[in-house]
Design a protein around this ligand. Structure first.
Ligand code: CTP
Ligand code: ZN
Length: 160
């Protein structure tokens, strides 16, 4: 595990403690942890039990972020949006301290109703009862209605 197998040889150090039951979002691109929390709608105000590691050493990525959420599983919509900002992420479901399920995120072809178009003139943002719909591109997303392409600021489009 690159969470505890550090290159400095200290195998005894676990930077972020294990959780009992919930979800570990691992191998998040360094610097994206706060966006992960935004996608999950977590700001701490509801008493959520969450641990975050930022820019910790990793084997697979040069540096990774990690988010551990106690007592919660993620919806497919949440995982779909996560995949846009953390394409290498692993979702680990933990029960009784054991990882009982692990899967890589996979970018969907379409994300519907979870991102809001930054174009004020877009039909999806003009008060009409039209759900947003974005096509997922190699690098970014494209509004199906107005064609606006967003590359770097996808997290800012998240409806919360
Ligand atoms: N984890 C946790 N609490 C637990 C069990 C696991 O926080 N009760 C974390 C581990 O610290 C690790 C991640 O969940 O960051 C995945 O755990 P595990 O599959 O045991 O680690 P690895 O084998 O290193 O996973 P991978 O191969 O995906 O890197
Ligand atoms: Zn649009």
């Amino acid at each position: 595990s690159d969470d505890h197998d550090h290159h400095d040889g200290d195998e005894h150090e676990l930077r972020v403690s294990k959780i009992r039951s919930g979800t570990v979002i691992d191998h998040v691109r360094g610097g994206q942890a706060l966006n992960v929390l935004a996608i999950l709608g977590i700001d701490g105000s509801e008493g959520e039990e969450v641990s975050v590691g930022m820019n910790v050493p990793s084997d697979r990525l040069a540096r990774k972020d990690i988010v551990k959420v106690e007592g919660r599983e993620l919806s497919q919509d949440e995982v779909d949006v996560l995949s846009l900002i953390a394409p290498d992420a692993t979702i680990n479901i933990v029960r009784d301290y054991e990882v009982i399920e692990k899967h890589r995120v996979e970018p969907p072809e379409i994300v519907e109703g979870v991102l809001s178009c930054p174009n004020a003139g877009c039909i999806t943002t003009s008060g009409e009862p039209v759900d947003s719909r974005f096509e997922v591109l190699e690098e970014g997303v494209r509004c199906d209605y107005c064609g606006t392409i967003v590359r770097d600021e996808i997290a800012a489009l998240i409806d919360t």
